[in-house]
Design a protein around this ligand. Sequence first.
Ligand code: KG4
Ligand code: ZN
Length: 340
Amino acid sequence: MLFLLIESTCDETAAAVVTDQLEVLGSVVASQDELHAKYQGVVPEIAARAHVERILPVIDETLKKSGKQLSEIEAIAVANQPGLAGSLLVGVVAAKTLAMVLDIPLIGINHLQAHIYACRIAAEKEVFPCVGLVVSGGHTSLYSCKTALDFELLGGTIDDAAGEAFDKVAKMIGLPFPGGVAVAKLADQGDPTAFNFPRSFIKDADRLQFSFSGLKTAVRYKIAGPGKPLPEELEMSDEEIRNLCASFQEAVVDCLVAKSIQAIRKTGLQRLCVGGGVAANRRLRARLAEAAEKHSFELVIAPLSLCTDNAVMGAIAIEKMKAGQVDDLHLEIVPGLVRQ
Ligand code: KG4
Ligand code: ZN
């Protein structure tokens, strides 16, 4: 059976064609980074308009890459939650229209479950039950994932998401949006012990929550001092900036690793699956691998190509189809859960 998958929850317009055997025939991701760069963040209205312009060309290109005709598609799936309302609407309207015209099943999918399902695709074997860590620009959450479709929230961030913190630190030191990758690159050449930044709740095993806003403020104070505006030109040497990035990254990674271990202990589950844009971070991947070895749990991290937003991870629709969880043309967008 052939599935067309559509993703437009934030600022990537993406489509993929996959078989029900999880074989990826074609995948296209159109990034909008350059449109949002001058605003140093995603502007919802600009994102929605760009999705409108790109969605049909992206679907066309995906079909071409797959060597398939639209008429051969047998089911359509679209991420309808959570995300930016205008962005979600574009994908959902496109999916509904195609499902109606082709008279084929329509399946709405949860973008956060899809981020974890990226691990299932990469592992090429069952990965559930597991603890799921979604760590992206909009979300930093731990779940007890009983099946691909049955998630219970263990805890999440009470303020910024980890990726958002990376992007904000990037902005403070004048790096272009989205700065996560650039901060990580500088961090890899710096000393992670140079600055002692806060690690919220790290020792409190009963509290499976994250907070990165104090860390962000601590970084800001190192750059400008309390109560002072950020300088036009940084008054730090290149080495100090690298050390700042490394110390910031280490604080984020320490929290993510500690809370993942605590979640494994609390649930008694023996596998950790990690997805989302920040899961591409090299230091996080290395530290999670060390933790898995030390604490004897299995670790599955999404491959780099499936960490940041993409449509392939929407193959979770295959599980929904098998479970009889098919939607109809009443499918609605559910933008909520912004901080979950
Ligand atoms: O999953 P994603 O594409 O979008 C959301 O669903 O939010 O994640 C994007 C986020 C951005 O904040 C970006 O800066 C961050 O992931 N990111 C990274 C790295 N690569 C992407 N953060 C740290 N290190 C990286 N290597
Ligand atoms: Zn995402």
